[in-house]
Design a protein around this ligand. Sequence first.
Ligand code: MG
Length: 163
Amino acid sequence: MNDRAAFRVGSGYDIHRLVPERKLMLCCYEVPYERGLLGHSDADAPVHALIDAILGALALGDIGQHFPDTDPAYKGISGRALLKAVLSLPELQGWQIGNLDITIIAQAPKLMPHIMAMRQALADAAGLPIEDVSIKAKTAEKLGPVGAGEAIEAHAAVFMYHA
Ligand code: MG
């Protein structure tokens, strides 16, 4: 690490299919809804996007390289556990998240009533004050598969500094 590399930014993206008989986990928080996201893990798309942003900030590859979805060890794993595993990687030693910003795109359910609870849950999981955790939600204006309610997608940006 040299002085020039003391600050880094990263971005991430994820999408998961919305299906019946699954919990809807978004930002380490269970949003009440009759459907949930399908995946090998708990399919917490915003957390997966955040993990890719963290790994991307340090040019450490992506979530699939570190936690392959073919590995039974990660079956059903929560976004919270994955986030903690990433933050514990030896390569992240000394690095801290400055702030993070997530956008969730979902036609339904309405996420606005859950924003504060999601921010709190994600702040707890990441070990950050809630002021450093931004979560925004919007619809897809009924366009495409997200707009048809077939999937939920998420984008994340993160700023990191070496303490
Ligand atoms: Mg994912």
